[in-house]
Design a protein around this ligand. Structure first.
Ligand SMILES: [Zn+2]
Length: 145
């Protein structure tokens, strides 16, 4: 995928550009679960990654890897191995729907309920209608894009 990709954190303090995206994956390992506070971590290799304003703060999660996140809003942004190209969280890209994961890794820690997510019910029309005033009242502080 040779085009300039952009992304950033929720508050907009950290923005980045990427020259070339590589393999997109989801990682189920326990360290990635903790790092993103989620069931699994979608990452894509980001060659030519450039920070446009502030750099992320970093936590060295092991002797091999540091992980970047926004110091102001906490958005998880990178997985940076010392000996390989960095990766960015797919959902921090401005167009994450264009970057479908192609492989799962760390499956020894995959949460068993991941396999049944697509079968979960969604809100009924009545429930959605009841929730509508709350959603209509939200004033977002999220940076645009
Ligand atoms: Zn931020």
């Amino acid at each position: 995928m040779n085009e300039t990709w952009t992304g950033g954190c929720q508050c907009g303090a950290v923005r980045y550009e990427v020259e070339t995206l590589g393999r997109a994956s989801i990682c189920h390992c326990r360290m990635c679960q903790r790092a993103v506070g989620n069931a699994f971590a979608p990452f894509v290799t980001a060659r030519g990654l450039r920070w446009l304003a502030a750099e992320p703060k970093r936590f060295r999660s092991s002797n091999q890897v540091q992980r970047g996140f926004c110091a102001q809003c906490g958005t998880p942004l990178t997985y940076e191995r010392d000996d390989a190209a960095p990766e960015v969280t797919i959902a921090s890209l401005d167009e994450p729907s264009r970057v479908p994961p192609v492989i799962q890794v760390g499956v020894e820690s995959r949460l068993p309920w991941c396999e049944t997510l697509n079968g979960l019910p969604t809100l009924t029309p009545e429930e959605a209608q009841a929730a509508a005033p709350f959603f209509a009242s939200i004033v977002s502080n999220q940076a645009p894009t």
